[in-house]
Design a protein around this ligand. Structure first.
Ligand code: TEU
Length: 600
């Protein structure tokens, strides 16, 4: 190369980099700048949380059960989603009566999931990719195979006796308490060894810990510190509102008959214990805490999450996922479906709950729920993509930290088992036994479970179209949804219009636009039974979100604060519409979701 040519080449390179550099920098800055100056910013308010059910994500050793090495092998996939935080369901040592929600050693790893060094490698791998890790704190109860309980049941004098709630049988039968997972429905189980009953709000193998005993609280706080010292970034707290109990176990006042949850969630010393937990563990680290807010109402929520309470930071309510069930214990959905107006009211009420203080969360599915697509959208082939992406638009455009359940980014749907032998979940299996004993209608029950059973949301993750969806080389612990041949990561990866790529796009979109995170929310056109519309406003920025919740074409003319005649600029749309659009009525295709701003 001649000197002249070389010089020209260098100049050209320099110019190109001059041209590129500032632009790139400018773009970077714009994203950050938009957030600058916003008061009370916190990373956990801006985060998108991705929930992984480890048992079903990826099996590395062919035993049919997902494991930590499996997750480790898929960290680049998780990173590619753009999520900030991963919440793992319990990974601690457990006999798995309730898939890890029955812990036998809080500082050990479940054998099927791997070892502590696998855990350390996983945490390191996540942090290296800028992803935070949140674990599940299951501290209302342990497993009956925990050493504490083994000791506790040995004798009334054992030093661990008061780690649990015992009722001596010579005092007669204790006042009734309801159990979620008991074939008899009773939360008291007689134990002959010491002639006493122990309390278990959940399964018989899940005895409730006695938080009234300071030794128990210290054990839990020191266990939390053990994980924080390892670098864990927070805890999701299983049924945490239930930890404090009136240990005189009185007869329940009439207002709680048939409404045990609200009684369980209002224990006398609950907030004292949460403040202690904050002082002894949470406050020492920059970590997040989220209460599974069962039994929590807008009126009681602030006590858990307001900054000046020094307790927790977030909670997730049960109002949304409770919608559309018939009364009764066996989780039968109303065949008429759910009312969109009621749905809007719930999410609007929870938004306004945290308008001035505190911060909300939002989710439409998790390991205790049927699949989001089946429950709130439409999983028929014609509407799978549109309704999944519409629901994703909703979750990622509300003012609350979104909890996104693994597999929803693919549009995984309910498996709808035909027989009881396909189920693995303690909840379904026990309800079945209970109904059988009581001579109830088992066919009706099983039919209902096709929609509501928890196993619908727990089937193995669908990686590709190979055997068992690429989840395991062995026999999967729970059947794989047969739709894996078309609904899987590999198929969606390279399709620009896939549910997966839409999720990624929405995550980036939220990240770059503080109006979606911090902007105020206003419900529009409340009584519209087909469309959920709202505005999000931050400073001069005012955006409209319009979601068609039906399989029919809908027409919508934006009302105040937007004017129907205003020209619109479409920022995001799950049918790919973008840019300038004329004013007037919007025609929304089935399950169309649109985010727009008005062109001045
Ligand atoms: O769930 C809390 C709870 O109360 C559940 O019974 C929930 O209402 C039910 O699953 C809905 O069908 C937590 C965990 O998320 C769940 O997986 C555990 O089984 C339960 O606690 C016991 O630890």
């Amino acid at each position: 190369m001649s000197i002249r040519l070389l010089a020209a080449f260098c100049l050209a390179t320099l110019l190109a980099s001059c041209k590129l550099m500032p632009k790139e920098k400018e773009e970077e800055k714009t994203g950050e700048d938009k957030f600058a100056g916003i008061p009370n910013r916190k990373w956990w308010k801006e985060a998108v949380v991705y929930q992984i059910y480890p048992r079903s994500f990826k099996d590395s050793d062919g035993d049919g059960v997902g494991d930590l090495k499996g997750i480790l092998s898929k960290l680049d996939y998780i990173k590619s989603l753009g999520v900030d935080v991963v919440w793992l369901n319990p990974i601690f040592a457990s006999p798995n009566n309730d898939n890890g929600y029955d812990i036998s050693d809080y500082e050990g790893i479940m054998k099927e999931f791997g070892s502590m060094s696998d855990f350390d490698a996983l945490l390191k791998g996540m942090h290296a990719r800028g992803i935070k890790l949140v674990l599940d704190l299951v501290a209302n109860h342990s497993s009956d195979e925990h050493n504490w309980f083994k000791q506790s049941r040995m004798s009334r004098e054992n030093p661990y006796r008061n780690y649990y709630h015992w009722w001596p049988a010579e005092r007669g039968k204790p006042a009734p308490r309801f159990s979620f997972f008991d074939v008899e429905g009773s939360a008291w189980k007689y134990d002959a060894a010491t002639n006493a009953y122990y309390l278990h709000y959940f399964g018989r193998k899940q005895p409730d810990l006695n938080w009234e005993n300071p030794a128990v609280r210290n054990e839990i706080f020191s266990m939390m510190n053990f994980w924080f010292k390892k670098g864990v970034d927070g805890f999701r707290m299983d049924v945490i509102p239930f930890i404090s109990k009136d240990t005189s176990f009185p007869l329940l006042p009439a207002q709680y008959h048939g409404n045990f949850v609200s009684y369980y969630a209002n224990g006398p010393h609950l907030h004292e214990y949460l403040r202690d937990m904050n002082k002894e563990a949470l406050s020492k680290y920059d970590v997040m805490s989220v209460a599974e807010g069962i039994g929590v109402t807008p009126a009681t929520a602030h006590d858990f999450v307001d900054a000046d309470r020094n307790e927790l930071q977030l909670l997730y309510h049960f109002d949304g996922v409770g919608l559309g069930y018939l009364p009764g214990q066996f989780k039968q959905m109303d065949p008429k479906g759910y009312s969109l107006v009621a749905f809007k009211d719930i999410y609007s009420r929870w938004d306004s709950t945290f308008e001035q203080k505190g911060w909300g969360t939002i989710y439409l599915g998790n390991h205790d729920q049927p699949r989001m697509l089946t429950r709130w959208g439409n999983d028929s082939p014609a509407y799978r993509v549109a309704s999944s992406t519409m629901l994703t638009t909703f979750l990622l455009s509300m003012r609350a930290t979104p909890y996104y359940y693994f597999g929803d980014e693919l549009g995984m749907s309910n498996i709808r088992f035909d027989t009881i032998s396909d189920y693995r979940d303690i909840e379904t299996l026990n309800m079945y036994q209970k109904i059988k004993k009581e001579g109830g209608d088992l066919a009706y029950f099983l039919n209902g479970q096709k929609i509501s059973a928890r196993d619908n949301g727990r089937t193995p993750f669908q990686w590709d179209s190979s055997q068992n969806a690429g989840f395991t080389s062995g026999q999967p612990w729970l059947r794989v949804n047969p739709n894996y041949t078309t609904v899987n990561v590999a198929a969606e990866e390279n399709d620009p219009h896939s549910i997966l790529n839409y999720f990624r796009k929405m995550v980036q979109f939220r990240r770059k636009n503080p109006v979606l995170v911090y902007g105020t929310y206003q419900l529009l056109d409340r009584d519209n039974r087909a469309i959920y519309a709202y505005s999000r406003t931050l400073g001069n920025e005012q955006w409209g979100v319009v979601l068609n919740f039906t399989s029919a074409v809908q027409y919508y003319t934006p009302g105040s604060p937007f004017k129907g005649s205003d020209k619109r600029f479409v920022l995001m749309d799950n049918y790919g519409i973008e840019g300038d659009q004329p004013g007037g009525s919007i025609t929304l295709k089935p399950y169309e979701a649109m985010i727009f701003k008005v062109v001045k």
